[in-house]
Design a protein around this ligand. Sequence first.
Ligand SMILES: NC(=O)c1ccc[n+]([C@@H]2O[C@H](COP(=O)([O-])OP(=O)(O)OC[C@H]3O[C@@H](n4cnc5c(N)ncnc54)[C@H](OP(=O)(O)O)[C@@H]3O)[C@@H](O)[C@H]2O)c1
Length: 293
Amino acid sequence: MKKLLFQLDTDPSPSTFDAVVAYDGGADHLISLPGVTPESCGPAVEGVIYTRGPAHKKNSALFVGGSDLAAGEALLAAVRRHFFGGFRVSVMLDSNGANTTAAAAVALMLSEHGGAEDETPLAGQAAVVLAGTGPVGQRIAGLLGRAGAAVRLSSRALDRAKTAAERVSERFEVGCEPVAVSDEPSLAGALDGCRIAVATGASGVRLLPADVWREHPDLELLADPGTTPPSGIEGIEPFDRDEARHGKRTFGGLAIGSLKLRLHRACIAQLFESNDQVFDVEEIYTLARSLAG
Ligand SMILES: NC(=O)c1ccc[n+]([C@@H]2O[C@H](COP(=O)([O-])OP(=O)(O)OC[C@H]3O[C@@H](n4cnc5c(N)ncnc54)[C@H](OP(=O)(O)O)[C@@H]3O)[C@@H](O)[C@H]2O)c1
């Protein structure tokens, strides 16, 4: 029986990245549906959950994507409301690649630094997510918080930092301190006392100059998931995977991206193992830790 993946994308044009990974992850056929909303998803979901018998339902699965993470979260919730009893299929949420990218970044950092088994390896440590207001930054902030870190999330504007930090706190049930970073003194304040800094600004936006982090007394781990030059953290190279630089350990966008891709494919493969799984950030992070270890 063919493995069918239904790509419910919240954007008008479904992600081609997600389409490629769908096939590379093991789907035999991908059906991409654009512009799906919580209100409009019913017929698509019902068509998938009613068509195959219990033993074969695992061969149908759903992928929720698109560039807007909040829209994806709302769509996932709506999709799940259509499930009942055995009438369900496995579903994955990865809007903007945020779940797989954040899970890969945090799993990679922690696997190299004694966090493989411990649930809260960052307890007592502080971390800052620079420009953390985007989808990737919010997910990374949440995962670092769940790992026990005291997390700061920065934005150029305090109100945006507050809104994003509230979302993180609500979604992950962790503390998250909003901070505004608009110049060198505010950047220094945001970094003060932090062992970890992750730059999650838009592609090609430089957030952390080399001369700020090289001699910093507290920083030990630096990660930059960005892949488009210039890097968000100056002096980190894309393939850095626990690279020693100026007494710090660094993680670059292509090292993170390589694990992200393996993870995304592995999630797609696992969707077809049973019809009752939900892959949101927690489940994806669990898988990331096993792949990164
Ligand atoms: N390695 C991988 O596999 C992978 C996968 C996905 C994404 N990524 C990378 O992850 C990073 C984050 O992605 P995202 O989609 O979450 O980011 P995003 O939403 O595009 O941007 C995040 C934040 O960057 C800030 N920003 C935008 N323009 C700026 C500027 N000119 N100066 C300073 N800050 C600016 C904004 O924050 P404020 O307006 O609040 O300041 C924005 O909310 C990107 O670099 C992306 O390329 C990597």
